[in-house]
Design a protein. Sequence first.
Length: 275
Amino acid sequence: MKWQVCHGETMSKDVFFRTLSEQCYVHVPFKVPHGAVDLAVAAFFRFLQAPAAIKTHIDFSIAPLHRRGDVGYKHRLATDDIYNDDKEFFHYHPAIESHYADFLCENPVVADLIQCARPLWDATATTVRETLTRFEKHSPGIVNRVFDTTNPHILLRFLKYDWTDSGRNLAKPHFDAGSCTLAIAESTQGLRIGRDADTLSLVNHRPGQAIFMFSSNYRQLLQNDAFQPGWHDVIQIDDTLKGRPFSRWAIVAFIEAHGVKALSRNETHKWALNG
């Protein structure tokens, strides 16, 4: 299976901060076992073929105060809500393994996805910890705001878009709702990031790295006006995928400080709603 992981060179702290400030995103190292992404994506697509009762059985939250805390499968339709895009996704968190041990034993297609997702979640947690550590000098305690809790709010999203429903704009422009985001892998280029609607530009993708950006609730992690959340969308740029079972898949991690409330969707989608 063809896939790409966002890439960039290891950089000094000064270059790191300047790049993040200017672009609203920065490339960071992401060390994952060879073949782990391919295995996880294949398991995700097998999971999507399971009966609805199996796909929707896992359903709980690791963060009741925040809408990004939902764990499990969701299917959203753009026609249902102005904020929605046409997509299917599964949110993974290690807490699934203890909450649903018996269910996983009885349903190997789900257990396979969970087993394949764990190495990616572990790699994500390592990358997030290392990235946030860069800010500790100026924002003491930033790492603990994510990790000083039993279940760190790091949700790994496996995502599939359908061409026929989504057209060219697969994901409407928005800020993510959490504190920060890690874009890990995608089937084809299409993610655009900028400071606002006028500065959106396609992100290049190469193996070995992930893309880090702050999200709309980032001030729960640090108070620094030098940075701002990444305004982003996803567009379809490969017409050869039209009519196929999916137009794009991606793996993204959403990270939030623990014990905080979410911003409203009016805030996270404000420029899209205002034209």
